[in-house]
Write a protein that binds this ligand. Structure first.
Ligand SMILES: NC(=O)c1ccc[n+]([C@@H]2O[C@H](COP(=O)([O-])OP(=O)(O)OC[C@H]3O[C@@H](n4cnc5c(N)ncnc54)[C@H](OP(=O)(O)O)[C@@H]3O)[C@@H](O)[C@H]2O)c1
Length: 353
């Protein structure tokens, strides 16, 4: 039996994405084959396509950090799981396919009845947001936080979790995202027209307790100025621009997994060495998962439970069929997207929201 899989053929723009048809993969001993119902599309996928994400595999590779799907076939030695059960996983790459084989211990059970696209949004974006909020810094009710890219995938997750934690929230976004940020309980700050540091001090006088910063480098350093003494910047990205221009170049590139890392480390060290008690704390979901896989599992189960209780409502920007992965990445790369773009397997529906 055949299936469809997406591959990135070279490092570069969207033209690097190809759809291939091949035999379905067979699960090896200890593995489970999953029929993908939903795979998340995220900026790290685009950065890997461009060759500049620390998790960039060698080409050709299949992108896709996270998936939700139905157990389809069990490899030798697998027990305690049945075909048809719904599971979630974060393989980091490989999820843009109709069928994926994964080690059984990578799978997290998904409660029945959840929308696969909403459930998949929890894996990379909400686990990142949850762990930054509750593990990198332990936020307390009433604290003030600034969330950069607040209308985006991780940003909107931070807003929803911040509301549950009763935080006072400010969020940078472009004008297009302002209403989404307000609807989720944040006070929008237009990053294109306003200096967010000036704006934070105008609105709060002494500054915020925590800034969540996905841009890194000099931007994270500037974010430090929005903190009150003793505050922390959680730096979780290293993207010179989160806007499309830098990520839809179309130019063939090369694999550079250390892109921007030395300057990033310098700023983190500077936060520790300089006076003012304002630290920059790095966060990486993949590093924490590799070091403490049980925490990843526990936090994802907590979030799936919150989704089932309808305490979370992930924003789905658009659902694309897997075959339209290129269009999905082009849409994300251009910017202006509110919430999560999801690739859906056959029979899962498509279209907006
Ligand atoms: N460390 C980790 O473990 C981890 C995990 C997940 C993601 N990440 C990182 O998180 C970042 C965001 O990923 P995502 O999937 O949430 O992306 P996304 O959905 O595209 O969201 C990015 C958002 O940032 C906004 N933006 C662009 N430039 C900005 C600026 N200069 N200041 C403030 N906001 C700006 C965009 O708004 P407009 O489009 O309207 O301009 C967009 O809403 C990426 O760098 C990714 O690598 C890190």
């Amino acid at each position: 039996m055949r299936h469809m899989r997406i591959i990135v053929t070279h490092y570069g723009g969207p033209d690097a994405i190809e759809v291939i048809q091949e035999e379905r993969p067979e699960p090896k001993a200890g593995e489970v084959r999953v029929r993908v119902q939903a795979a998340g599309v995220a900026l790290p996928d685009i950065m890997a396509r461009e060759g500049i994400h620390p998790e960039t595999p060698r080409v050709p590779f299949t992108p896709g950090w996270d998936l939700v799907g139905a157990v389809d076939q069990l490899g030798d030695g697998v027990s305690g799981i049945k075909t048809g059960e719904i599971v979630a996983a974060m393989p980091i790459h490989g999820a843009y396919a109709e069928f994926v084989c994964l080690p059984q211990q990578e799978l997290v059970p998904v409660p029945a009845g959840l929308d696969a696209a909403e459930a998949v949004s929890l894996i990379l974006n909400y686990v990142t947001a949850y762990q930054m909020m509750h593990r990198s810094v332990q936020v307390q009710a009433g604290q003030r936080v600034l969330i950069h890219g607040a209308a985006g995938g991780v940003g909107s997750a931070l807003l929803q979790l911040g509301r549950l934690a009763e935080l006072e929230m400010y969020g940078t976004c472009s004008a297009r995202g302002a209403s989404a940020v307000s609807d989720l309980g944040g006070i929008p700050i237009d990053y294109r027209d306003q200096d967010f540091v000036e704006e934070i001090h105008r609105l709060t006088s002494e500054g915020v307790d925590v800034v969540f910063d996905p841009l890194g480098g000099a931007h994270a350093w500037h974010s430090r100025n929005a903190l009150r003494p003793g505050g922390k910047v959680v730096a979780y990205g290293n993207t010179p621009s989160l806007r499309g221009e830098g990520l839809t170049s179309g130019r063939p590139g090369r694999r550079n997994r250390l892109h921007g890392v030395p300057i990033y480390m310098l700023y983190i060290a500077g936060g520790w060495l300089l006076p003012g008690r304002k630290r920059i704390v790095p966060y990486s979901i993949q590093t924490l998962k590799r070091l403490k896989p049980a925490l990843f599992r526990q936090d994802l189960i907590t979030l799936l439970d919150l989704l089932q209780q309808q305490k979370l409502k992930p924003l789905i920007a658009q659902r694309f069929p897997i075959a339209e992965a290129r269009q999905a990445q082009e849409m994300l790369g251009k910017g202006g997207v509110t919430g999560k773009i999801v690739l859906v397997g056959s029979g899962q529906g498509d279209g907006g929201g």
